[in-house]
Design a protein around this ligand. Structure first.
Ligand SMILES: [Ca+2]
Ligand SMILES: [Ca+2]
Length: 168
């Protein structure tokens, strides 16, 4: 069996065990079996219907016990799109947690301190973005036009924002 097939099988086994573990009490042996497995993390998005600057959005998510949203896969894009659509205000921009304030053109997720696109390689820039318009666009938002394409924007602009919660 090839390494990749073996790895896929292991992930599948982990997934089944994780699912069983999630429905069971923590006092069984599954916890031991799970050591060494990396459970798929469940991500939930929480759009916030207040307009604030990027860094105020970051602070407010933390104050809610959440963190400013990250989008690291097409599945995440679908999830955040659903969350935004459910607010019925789909044409406005929403801050999510990417910024290149530290180094122009080098985007980080402020919530995980990981470079945007690291690990998964996933990015979802709207065509022509990021354009660092007027040399002063260093924070990432979504929700304009096609709803999930990313734009760089002025961090001081007051916009709605999306927090997230990631659980095992
Ligand atoms: Ca920039
Ligand atoms: Ca821009």
């Amino acid at each position: 069996m090839g390494y990749l097939k073996l790895k896929c099988l292991l992930v599948l086994v982990c997934f089944v065990l994780c699912s069983a573990y999630a429905d069971s009490s923590p006092n069984n042996n599954l916890g031991n079996l799970l050591s060494g497995c990396e459970c798929p993390k469940a991500k939930r998005y929480f759009p916030q219907n207040r307009k604030v600057s990027f860094f105020e959005a970051w602070r407010q998510c933390l104050a809610l016990g959440l963190r400013l949203a990250t989008v690291t896969s097409s599945a995440d894009s679908e999830l955040i799109k659903e969350a935004i659509n459910a607010t019925n205000t789909t044409t406005e921009p929403w801050w999510i947690g990417g910024t290149d304030l530290g180094l122009e053109g080098s985007y980080l997720w402020i919530s995980t301190e990981l470079p945007v696109g690291q690990q998964t390689g996933y990015t979802n820039w709207f065509p022509g973005e990021p354009n660092n318009f007027r040399g002063n666009e260093n924070c990432l938002d979504i929700g304009r036009r096609d709803a999930v394409g990313w734009f760089d924007a002025n961090c001081d602009w007051k916009q709605k924002f999306v927090c997230e919660k990631v659980s095992n």
